[in-house]
Design a binder for this molecule. Structure first.
Ligand SMILES: Nc1ncnc2c1ncn2[C@@H]1O[C@H](COP(=O)(O)OP(=O)(O)OP(=O)(O)O)[C@@H](O)[C@H]1O
Ligand SMILES: [Mg+2]
Length: 348
């Protein structure tokens, strides 16, 4: 099978004006401008197979949106080869649009003052969606998220969540091979996020649509993405299964403990002091440990440890020797913390 998206050594540079300071500087800027080159995307190579759902992640300013804009044909790469659905996106923008769908969290692709159903009808004409396909999709949408209720509402009268939902439905309406989503869950409440994750997961599965998703919400990633790609300062630093990522930093786990029967009534300062004690006990017994991090969260004392250094059982014994634990709970490291570690420069 051929990749549906193929990027080879893609670079994108922006020429940006260097602004000089103060009034004098601004006036000088009017007459002579100095430019500098900003490397937004550096030598990114990426193959994405049909049907994949890929989380494209990275800190603010990493180059995610720039990459998506190149994949959708909005921006032309400075150098490198890019093919989406077998075509060079920026050379075939109209044709390319037939085979892709886009959802940008911050702005809608729908007609602001029209009822959604009218927007859908326009899209049906633009993309020449066959009657049956169109009808089937609307029925499917209704079954999936009860979308029928929203069809007669104008987009400007919708909440952000309702609008995002409709935007996603619109992006899939012409059954494109690839759908790009740039932060689709931004600003949504927990329940709407859940609904959107379920919708996207279902559409990807039922239609076999390839989905490229950028997000800062690791809940989206956990719910949807099997593969993740991480970009930082324009350079790709990770591309693998999410399952692999969990092991990336060795065997990190978090032990949550409580010493007090009614922990919710205990002052945080007391808990902080207990946390400090725990840290000292472990470090006294295992001075070589580098991974240890002890913190207080929601009245629990959290002990983060790499089990390659100390087994959790040994840590628990060490704590029990000093003070009685009344409740505990062991957790795998979350995607959230792994990704945070990567962003903070933990990759080597
Ligand atoms: N049109 C432009 N002109 C100049 N610089 C740009 C332009 N678009 C993006 N940049 C710069 O390129 C870099 C990458 O931006 P991009 O929007 O791709 O980041 P991002 O990963 O999407 O970040 P975020 O998570 O904040 O959305 C940033 O430093 C940004 O300032
Ligand atoms: Mg962005």
């Amino acid at each position: 099978m051929e990749p549906i998206i193929k990027m080879e050594d893609i670079n994108k540079e922006f020429k940006v004006v260097k602004r000089r300071e103060g009034v004098k500087g601004s006036i000088r800027d009017l007459f002579s401008r100095e430019y500098s080159i900003l490397h937004a995307v550096n030598n990114v190579s990426l193959d994405i197979m049909p049907g994949e759902m890929v989380g494209y992640l990275g800190p603010n300013g990493a180059g995610k949106s720039t990459t998506i804009k190149m994949m959708t044909g909005i921006l032309e790469p400075t150098s490198g080869k890019i093919l989406v659905n077998g075509r060079v996106p920026y050379e075939n923008r109209t044709k390319n649009a037939q085979d892709i769908g886009v959802v940008f969290g911050q702005r809608t692709q729908l007609w602001w003052s029209l009822p959604v159903i009218e927007s859908f009808k326009i899209l049906k004409e633009i993309y020449r969606i066959p009657d049956k396909e169109y009808k089937d999709n609307l029925e499917y949408y209704d079954a999936l998220v009860d979308a029928g209720k929203l069809y007669h509402k104008a987009v400007r009268e919708m909440s952000l969540g309702q609008r995002t939902l409709c935007d996603i439905l619109a992006a899939f309406l012409h059954n494109p091979g690839v759908v790009f989503m740039d932060e689709p869950t931004i600003g949504l409440d927990v329940s709407m996020k859940g609904k959107i994750r379920q919708l996207v997961g279902n559409l990807n599965e039922k239609k076999g649509t390839t989905v490229i998703l950028t997000t800062h919400d690791m809940g989206d990633v956990d719910a949807l993405c099997k593969r993740i790609v991480i970009i930082d300062k324009g350079t790709m630093i990770y591309d693998n299964d999410i399952a692999q990522l969990q092991q990336y930093f060795g065997a990190y786990r978090t032990l949550k403990i409580q010493f007090n029967k009614q922990a919710e009534n205990v002052e945080n300062e007391v808990l902080e002091a207990q946390a400090k004690e725990v840290e000292n006990w472990i470090l006294e017994k295992y001075p070589h440990v580098k991974s240890l991090a002890v913190s207080v969260e929601d009245k629990w004392i959290n002990i983060l440890l790499n089990e390659d250094e100390v087994h959790m059982m040994d840590a628990i014994n060490c704590i029990q020797n000093n003070k009685r634990i009344v409740d505990m709970n062991l957790q795998e490291i979350s995607t959230e913390s792994v990704i945070r570690k990567i962003y903070e420069g933990g990759v080597n």
